[in-house]
Design a protein around this ligand. Structure first.
Ligand code: 13P
Length: 342
């Protein structure tokens, strides 16, 4: 019964034409985003920005779930409706980021391990009471000639699986997010190798720790050439190398793979997702759980000004619609010019 509910929630998050908005920036990260538009980060400005996103008319056609941050799940819309209640009333599933960030990994220069397991069982219970039905935990790995180490790969995989098992016990669908950062000059082949090692470790740990993968979603990086590499791979190659890795490592029982955008431009993130879906059908749904690639144009259009709320909502709605088209391989760059009413 409990397992059945987890499966249903996981499948609902990757319903046809829909994907997830990651709006779970920590207070430090959202400050960086607000700095880019010259806006001071206060509890109220953070609330106003999330309110803009969550009240965008009609976006529920394309958005199945929203990942919230601890502060946000406790905040309310301008009319006093708590955010989780507002989202649920639109048919959008509230989720919550539960990790406490990537911290230096002992005796591993330049590598990190994600913390947040202590007390997690209690926190999950509280978040469920606040309306969360899914969660996210992000492990981070960087690529260099010597990194990531096997030590870093297995330590993060172990933590991801401990988190996932605790979530399922609490009736919450875990999004398992191992992010191999694509900064650097590496080739796409090196990205493929590293992503492959990471996913192999993650699925070994999930299996060993009795996680029911049919009640999980995977949130991986796409396989890309390093952002500073010469001769970066184009859209077709990114789609092929990425699919190659997931076919090798992601069990068919996993209902969906929901990508992070990881610093790609918003249009690149859409084009890559589209190219992968155009090569379908696949054993799992291929969808999005973008932060920056869904929000960047909205943040810019809003600029922190109340009179620009509608413009911000239009920009967000447009990106959600473009990514929805990419869910079926029906996106074309010409669609970017469409005027979008809000
Ligand atoms: P980006 O799409 O901006 O990478 O954010 C997704 C996310 O949730 C990272 O943890």
């Amino acid at each position: 019964m409990a397992h059945h509910a987890l499966h249903e929630t996981a499948r609902a998050l990757v319903a046809e034409g829909k994907g997830i908005l990651a709006a779970d920036e920590s207070t430090g990260t959202i400050k960086k985003r607000f700095d880019s538009i010259g806006l001071e980060s206060t509890e109220e400005s953070r609330r106003a920005y999330r309110d803009l996103l969550f009240t965008t008319p009609g976006v529920e056609e394309y958005i199945s779930g929203v990942i919230l941050y601890d502060e946000t799940i406790r905040q309310s819309s301008s009319d006093g409706t708590p955010f989780p209640e507002l989202l649920a009333s639109k048919g959008i599933i509230p989720g919550i980021k539960v990790d406490e960030g990537a911290k230096p990994l002992a005796r591993a220069e330049g590598e990190t391990v994600t913390e947040g397991l202590d007390g997690l069982r209690t926190r999950l219970e509280e978040y469920r009471g606040l309306g969360a039905r899914f969660a996210k935990w992000r492990g981070v790995y960087s690529i260099s000639e010597t990194k990531p180490s096997e030590y870093c790969i297995w330590t993060n995989a172990h933590a991801l699986a401990r988190y996932a098992a605790l979530c399922q016990e609490a009736g919450i669908v875990p999004i398992v997010e191992p992010e191999v950062l694509q900064d650097g000059t590496h080739t796409i082949e090196r990205s493929e190798f590293v992503t492959s090692r990471v996913l192999a470790a993650v699925y070994t740990e999930l299996f060993d720790q009795r996680v029911d993968v049919a009640g999980t979603l995977l949130k991986p990086n796409m396989v890309l050439s390093g952002y500073d590499a010469s001769n970066r791979a184009g859209v077709d190659k990114v789609a092929e190398q990425s699919l190659h890795v997931y076919y090798k490592h992601v069990p068919a029982a996993v209902p969906g793979v929901v990508f992070l955008s990881g610093g790609q431009s918003d249009e690149d993130a859409t084009a890559h997702l589209n190219a992968m879906n155009a090569r379908g059908p696949h054993p799992w749904e291929l969808s999005f759980s973008y932060g920056r690639a869904l929000q960047a144009p909205a943040l810019k259009a809003w600029g922190g000004k109340p009179e620009n709320v509608e413009a911000g909502q239009r920009a967000y709605y447009h990106r959600a619609k473009m990514n929805s088209a990419a869910r079926t391989g029906m996106y074309a760059p010409e669609m970017e010019r469409e005027a979008v009413p809000v």
